[in-house]
Design a protein around this ligand. Structure first.
Ligand SMILES: [Zn+2]
Length: 172
């Protein structure tokens, strides 16, 4: 737990938390002083999709901070109880208006001190019509030689696109 915790009170009994190392070599945990509830700060899963129309790879231009105005792979948080694949397809449809079918796992990305773990699938588009949702300024399609490398939002966006392009088998 590198960053200061944003949680002050126990969600079970509203008691105060203290930070305590419960097991050697494990991070400190938030423990409720009153009821002893342990609040594990688990990672958050994000499922993203790389897919191409006949015009190119579908990217979404962020309409919110951080990195407002920069391009990302369409994706979002996995709901508890949802499969990764369903989450990727759902988020891709919500954000682009396009239906998709998972082709393969492209990569998984995680970073020290960061909560998000990002899973990127390579998918095929099976239908729908492109439309931007409220989280996007726009949705656009990019040929592999037209990727806006200096306007991509995150490390994962760059790494996944690079891997996708390097793996692509000609002709493309
Ligand atoms: Zn409590």
């Amino acid at each position: 737990m590198n960053k200061k915790s944003i949680y002050k009170f126990c969600p079970v009994c509203r008691g105060d938390f203290i930070k305590k190392q419960l097991i050697q070599n494990e991070p400190e945990r938030l423990v409720c002083k009153a009821c002893k509830f342990i609040f594990y700060l688990d990672p958050k899963l994000v499922a993203c999709t790389i897919a191409e129309t006949s015009k190119g790879i579908v990217l979404q231009r962020r309409n919110k901070e951080p990195k407002k105005g920069h391009w990302v792979l369409p994706g979002g948080f996995v709901d508890r109880g949802e499969t990764l694949e369903e989450a990727a397809k759902r988020e891709f449809f919500e954000e682009t208006g396009l239906h998709s079918k998972i082709n393969c796992l492209l990569g998984t990305y995680s970073y020290p001190g960061e909560a998000n773990i990002i899973i990127v699938y390579k998918s095929d588009i099976t239908g729908g019509t492109i439309r931007a949702c409220h989280e996007s300024m726009s949705i656009d399609e990019f040929k592999k030689n037209e990727i806006p490398w200096d306007q991509l939002a995150f490390d994962t966006t760059k790494k996944a696109l690079k891997k996708y392009i390097d793996l692509a088998i000609p002709p493309f």
